[in-house]
Ligand binder design. Structure first.
Ligand code: C5P
Length: 283
């Protein structure tokens, strides 16, 4: 069985408090992208075997996809194994949740493959044990995520955007970003654009903002420069960092404009920068 494990972007990320467990209380609007990894799961009688292509990452028990499979078998008590193969396209440590979406696809894939039909709440319980943004990928709609990020409220995104993703070729460690924020908490600067969403049947304007930008920009100048450069390009509605970075995104009404700015970015940032144009919230 093969699944598409889509990337996400955060159109907003507000930190609303510090929790006793050391995590931060969030309110974040996330949506899926057409950019995706492929996840193949097959039944075996024995162990969990993970392989991957397209990235130089561990395929052992420390990989979140492996851990998701392990947790699934522990939960269900099935005396089976699985062969899992990942085709990676989403850059690691990029604020696009590449590891989390693969783990969610493994949970969904194994549940379907073995016909266990776990209730959504049980899948969410497993997702929450694996990480903060896995539950978002257990469903297919844009969502406002709260708590650590694991509480999902699906909403409708009324905007139709294309996004240019620009990544410097290095990752930002998420724990570092939150720790640096906590040492000097100040809100991110609201963007010049807002998303239009429908929440509980009501239209709501949702400003674009990312509270992790100030701490990350204070150390990673490339990321701050990418945002400011993108904001000056023709056709760019707005630009911001996704999650804890390092990926910077620019939103466009037209795919053509996104592709044009992607070419200009290649000339400006050089060949080491990773670029990708994707649809936001694809059908
Ligand atoms: O849960 P996840 O593995 O995505 O979190 C990575 C790290 O990011 C955590 O170990 C924590 O340092 C930080 N984090 C946080 N508050 C959140 C989510 C993540 O402090 N709500």
């Amino acid at each position: 069985m093969q699944l598409e494990a889509r990337a996400k972007i955060n159109l907003s990320l507000r930190i609303t408090g510090k929790r006793p467990d050391g995590f931060h209380e969030l309110e974040t609007l996330m949506c899926h992208l057409s950019l995706h990894d492929d996840v193949r799961v097959e039944e075996t009688s024995g162990e969990i075997a993970l392989s991957l292509e397209g990235a130089d990452l561990s395929a052992g028990p420390d990989n979140l996809a492996w851990r998701a499979a392990d947790l699934y078998f522990k939960q269900t008590g099935l005396k089976k194994g699985a062969k899992i193969h990942l085709v990676k396209r989403i850059p690691a440590g990029g604020g696009l949740a590449g590891g989390s979406t693969d783990a969610a696809a493994v949970l969904r894939g194994l549940d379907r493959l073995f016909g266990t039909n776990l209730p959504f709440a049980t899948l969410c319980d497993l997702g929450g044990q694996l990480g903060s943004d896995i539950n978002f990928f257990l469903q297919d709609r844009p969502a406002i995520c709260t708590g650590r990020g694991e509480k999902i409220e699906p909403v409708t995104l009324l905007d139709q955007w294309h996004v240019l993703l620009l990544n410097p070729g290095f990752g930002v460690p998420t724990p570092w970003a939150y720790k640096t924020y906590a040492a000097d908490p100040k809100p991110g600067e609201p963007g010049r654009l807002a998303a239009q969403i429908e929440r509980n049947g009501e239209k709501v304007t949702w400003p674009l903002v990312n509270d992790l930008e100030p701490p990350v920009f204070s150390k990673y100048f490339w990321i701050a420069e990418a945002k400011s450069w993108l904001r000056g390009q023709p056709g760019v509605l707005d630009s911001m960092m996704s999650g804890s970075g390092a990926t910077v995104l620019a939103l466009f009404a037209s795919e053509q404009d996104a592709l044009r700015v992607s070419e200009a970015a290649a000339a400006y940032f050089g060949p080491s920068a990773w670029r990708h144009v994707a649809a936001v919230n694809p059908v």
